[in-house]
Design a protein around this ligand. Structure first.
Ligand code: UD1
Ligand code: MG
Length: 454
């Protein structure tokens, strides 16, 4: 556990996103960019995280909840001005502050830890994380002395032609000794091309005061990429998904085609699960071992047991226990619990229902607001009629019941244990356990009718 506090800058509008949503709330691999940064900070051991909000601040606070402390920057006067807003919360902090940007979702806890350790080892007052960019356009450039020490950072818009050729850039991530940071920030002016208070100016100021400033170079520039546009967001998304796929494969998950497998950052998958192409695993989904998911399946916030087979299936906010076989073309909607060894065949929808162990829903069913026991067999075309136009009602089906094809169960209604229902029935009254219910018109055969018609 490192002893550090972070300040995360997230007040900017993100003009280039062309969005009403604050930039840092745009999602990559299923979670807001700011959440990626916050998670990396927490995993690096940060004991306090202070987020500077401004544009859409209420939205950002609401999305992050209790995870961080917040300060407001009412006017976006630059990154230096943004960090100063955190001063009241940090005036008693004697330790080390890491400044991060809310728009760098690829940053890792390892990188933050490497920056912190490099800073401590050097005994510096300020350390900047740098990266060598293939295309440095837009970034602040690291200007070094002939001896190789960092002299200052110059922004793209303030740089000379010679300085623009430098490919070593400011990642926007820094480590500072807290007291020195705020003392230097008070001296930062805004005489520059953007008339902004630049945080990177702190390095030049400290150096002129004879303090040691330092740079740690990121091995891989990707982890420092700052996202300013939708095109860059799509690039970050690709990198995060590739990282996640590699993590899963390293843990024993088979991905038939990683390029067409989309797994959100926080999803967990057990060993020996095989994922077929065009499968999405989203949000807080947890998948057990030995499953076969896909092709073409999507699970969001789903809890899936071991040995589940699901093809062409969409499940969200649902629990699917072990040994369940589903698909093709199955939709499991929120608040559904499918117990062990249930078989769900083609074109079936289940909503807000419990389906007991070993029950079969083989084809063309709608099951809504229902409690179904164990070992039940529902014939093709069984429908729970749960909605009367105003209210939803529940259906209950006892264990080992057998429901004939094309039956409508008009809720509220219950079918007792082991009961049978004749095909084509419309069931409007409760069916006692162990009995047979038939609710359909009697068939009448008229002899010779065809000849008489001639
Ligand atoms: C900044 C750095 C640049 C660095 C780059 C890395 C400055 C002056 N420049 O440039 O050297 O290479 O990041 O990505 O710092 N923000 C606020 N309040 C403000 C302004 C910005 O909170 O008044 C926040 C933004 O929301 C964003 C972060 O600070 O999360 C960086 O701001 P941005 O405008 O993206 O800075 P860059 O021009 O990218
Ligand atoms: Mg930026």
């Amino acid at each position: 556990m490192l002893d550090l506090v972070t300040v995360i800058l997230a007040a900017g509008k993100g003009t280039r996103m062309k969005s009403k949503l604050p930039k840092v709330l745009h999602k990559a691999a299923g979670k807001p960019m700011l959440q990626h940064v916050l998670d990396a900070a927490k995993n690096a051991g940060a004991r306090r995280n202070i987020v500077v909000v401004g544009f859409g601040g209420d939205q950002v606070r609401e999305a992050m909840g209790e995870q961080a402390e917040f300060v407001v920057q009412t006017e976006q006067l630059g990154t230096g001005h943004a960090v100063r807003q955190a001063e009241p919360l940090l005036k008693d902090e004697k330790g080390t502050v890491v400044v991060l940007c809310g728009d760098t979702p690829l940053v890792t806890s390892e990188l933050i830890a490497a920056l912190y350790e490099g800073h401590k080892a050097a005994g510096a007052k300020a350390t900047v994380l740098t990266a060598i960019m293939p295309d440095a356009t837009g970034y602040g450039r690291i200007i070094r002395t002939p001896e190789g020490e960092v002299a200052r950072i110059v922004e793209q818009k303030d740089a000379s032609e010679e300085e623009l050729k430098v490919r070593e850039v400011n990642s926007g991530i820094y480590c500072f000794e807290c007291q020195e940071l705020f003392a230097a920030l008070a001296k930062v002016g805004c005489e520059n091309a953007q008339a902004e208070y630049y945080l990177p100016d702190v390095l030049g100021i400290l150096r002129e005061q004879g303090e040691k400033i330092w740079a740690v170079a990121a091995e891989d520039y990707e982890a420092t990429l700052g996202i300013n546009s939708r095109v860059q967001l799509a690039g970050a998304e690709k990198i995060l998904r590739r990282r996640k796929n590699i993590e899963l494969m390293d843990k024993g998950v088979t991905l038939m085609d990683p390029d067409s497998t989309f797994v959100d950052a926080d999803v967990e998958v057990g060993a020996d699960t095989v994922i077929y192409p065009f499968t999405w695993l989203e949000g807080s989904t947890v998948v057990g071992e030995n499953c076969q998911l896909g092709p073409n399946s999507r699970f969001s916030d789903a809890k899936i047991g071991d040995g589940v087979c699901a093809q062409f299936t969409y499940g969200h906010e649902c629990t699917i226990d072990s040994g369940v076989i589903m698909g093709p073309y199955v939709h499991i909607r929120p608040n559904s619990h499918i117990f062990n060894d249930v078989k769900i065949g083609n074109f079936v929808e289940v909503k807000n229902s419990n389906v007991g162990q070993g029950t079969k829903l083989p084809h063309l069913q709608y099951i809504g607001d229902s409690d179904i026991g164990t070992g039940v067999n529902l014939g093709c075309g069984t429908v729970t009629v749960n909605y009367d136009g105003k209210l939803k009602h529940r259906t209950s089906i006892g264990s080992n019941a057998f429901v004939g094809c094309n039956t409508s169960l008009v809720a509220p209604v219950s079918v007792g244990e082991g009961a049978y229902i004749g095909a084509g029935s419309v069931i409007t009254k409760d069916v006692p356990a162990g009995s047979l219910a038939i609710g359909r018109a009697h068939q009448k055969n008229i002899d010779g009718w065809v000849d008489k018609r001639k």
